[in-house]
Design a binder for this molecule. Sequence first.
Ligand code: MN
Length: 389
Amino acid sequence: MSDRVYIFDTTLRDGEQSPGCSMTVPEKLLMARKLVELGVDIMEAGFPIASEGDFEAVRAVAREHPEMKVAALCRATRLDIDRAADALKGARRARIHTFIATSAIHLTYKLKKSQQQVLDEAVAAVSLAKNYCEDVEFSAEDATRTDTDYLEKISVAVVDAGATTVNLPDTVGWSVPHEYGALIGRMVRSFGDRAILSVHCHDDLGLAVANSIAAVQAGARQIECTINGIGERAGNCSLEEVAAAFAVRKDQLPFETGLDLRQLYPASQLLSKIITFGPQPNKAIVGENAFAHEAGIHQDGYLKHRATYEIIEPASVGVPEGRLVLGKHSGRHALNQRCEDLGYTLTKPQLDQVYVQFTALADRKKGVRNEEIEAIIRSVASPTSAAAD
Ligand code: MN
């Protein structure tokens, strides 16, 4: 089995349909350009039946990026599939992504349909989509809460009908890694290399990335994910976290993607500017504090050898520089480094004086800004002994 894992980005679809994240067509185009630079393999640009904007976004993204595989989402009905196919008409590399729920809870309360009805509709949808394009993805919504024998039956049936990718989403973020890995392993064995097995995990228990990785270890070869992990409720699997895990822990996770990791941070920043919020400060890889060191012991170790407290070179994921945050937990060592960075070379007694004033200020604040540090330096050092550049 190949170790190449395809990155299916759904920032513009699942991500976009969550609160505070809706994007206009020009905004989706802006984001799409960055996703192309980032090197995602498939871009899901919208849900064409949902709105004119979604329809137009799929068309516009496909028109502007003929080399990119562009997916359009649709339910397993003729109306939806026709609309998706219409939006993809000009696309050189189109994918129709059709889905229907398969779990008992969804069948009973939402669809009010029998398992046989749903299976028949899934097969019919894939066959219909197949008339429009060769590349058809089928998703069994709520797969992780679906009876496993039935899930296997429907997965094999859609592959027989021509589905080239079968996605088994953890729609409600219910699964745990070893359980999800076992499910994916079983399904991979049942249809082998006749189709790519895809995963789509939600983060309701904070396990979306762990579940996606467990699935890949079990044989899945497509991960559906989003920038900053945005998406329904607690969000989707975070693209940057999976990408970094594969890169940093190659010894344990020997998988390849087509991603240029140096675009991770720029992509995260761009998305934050387009939607109404950014990642939380302590978010792995792209959060504001992801490479910040404030505690004195950490700063001291980091300055002696960055690998003492850092497993990722910030520049390798596009973060401009590792940042030492100066606050009340910082030590003399880091403060001296900052003074030098600011252009001041202090004598030992000067540094001691600056340090006393600095800690007094830091005690009252959540972090000390460079201008405040400079003001302290100037009050302590005479112009002849400490020269600013
Ligand atoms: Mn989803």
